[in-house]
Design a protein around this ligand. Structure first.
Ligand SMILES: Nc1ncnc2c1ncn2[C@@H]1O[C@H](COP(=O)(O)OP(=O)(O)O)[C@@H](O)[C@H]1O
Ligand SMILES: [Mg+2]
Length: 271
């Protein structure tokens, strides 16, 4: 059992991921300082905080893009520290990026199929020889990619278009479909509604909740839109200047003295 750094003393019995005292230094700058963090299995949790608080840096350590200076990160009893991004995807942690990273000159369908690559068993020789088993696996991947496109609400009409020609909101959906193709247990979303209008934002929020239920996912999101955060999150972690400021349910976060003090302190200095 794991007790998380929360004034209410909530206990998480089944954590899919936990971070213990994660610290990340960039030269003299401490982007994350001894951050403790727990994600309950099946939950939707958010990481919030002002610009530069260290959210993306923390994410990048969960996905192997950065290695912590010190601390431990455990996913289902396996340490993620020292693993490559590819290995972490293989273990079942999928992600999208704050800035969209699609293969612009590949088709929409191909972008999703690439996401499934880590799950494909066909050997390099098998692909060269076009063995029947390889062709069957490729066909199954194509089929699954189409299902995922449908699940995220992208029309079949677009599947042969180049990804870069999709409207912005659809590119974000495509990124989500590609992340899902890796069959994650834990999905990390870095600002999934960034740049969206209120209508698109509401649809994306609804989609994330539906995907969690339909695919048995656990979701961690970084989000700046407070309406999204308060509407979707079961628990929220607040970072400020690289440190854990608060953790709790949405209502608890709003009423948290440290959060209010940080906000008032900021208001006082900018007034
Ligand atoms: N690769 C890097 N090298 C040096 N400093 C970095 C690097 N990445 C982030 N930082 C710094 O770390 C701090 C936290 O950044 P970031 O994690 O991107 O914050 P957030 O996502 O909360 O806006 C910022 O001061 C940022 O300038
Ligand atoms: Mg960021």
């Amino acid at each position: 059992m794991t007790t998380i750094g929360d004034p209410t003393g909530v206990t998480v019995q089944d954590a899919i991921l936990r971070a213990d005292k994660v610290t990340m230094r960039f030269g003299g700058l401490i982007a994350n300082r001894e951050v403790d963090f727990v994600i309950p299995r099946g939950g939707i949790v958010s990481l919030i905080g002002p610009n530069g608080a260290g959210k993306t840096t923390f994410f990048n350590q969960l996905t192997g893009m950065l290695q912590p200076t010190s601390g431990e990160i455990t996913f289902e009893d396996t340490s993620l520290v020292g693993r490559t991004p590819h290995e972490i995807v293989e273990l079942g942690v999928g992600r999208t990026f704050q800035n969209i990273r699609l293969f612009g000159a590949m088709t929409v369908l191909a972008n999703v199929m690439v996401g499934h690559h880590v799950r494909m068993k066909a050997s390099w020789w098998g692909s060269l020889l076009r063995l029947p088993a390889v062709r069957a696996e490729e066909e199954a991947t194509r089929q699954r990619a189409r299902e995922l496109l449908e699940m995220v609400g992208l029309s079949r009409r677009y599947e042969e278009d180049w990804a870069k020609n999709l409207p912005y909101g659809d590119q974000r959906r495509l990124e989500l479909a590609r992340a899902l193709a890796s069959e994650p247990k834990l999905l990390l979303l870095d600002e999934p509604t960034a740049g969206m209008n209120p209508g698109e934002t509401a649809q994306m929020t609804e989609l994330i909740m539906r995907l969690r239920d339909e695919l048995d996912l656990t979701v961690l999101l970084i989000e700046h839109d407070m309406k999204v955060v308060m509407g979707i999150s079961e628990r929220i972690t607040v970072l400020d200047h690289g440190e854990l400021l608060a953790e709790g349910k949405p209502d608890e976060i709003r009423a948290n003295p440290s959060v209010i003090e940080a906000y008032l302190g900021k208001g006082a200095t900018t007034a």
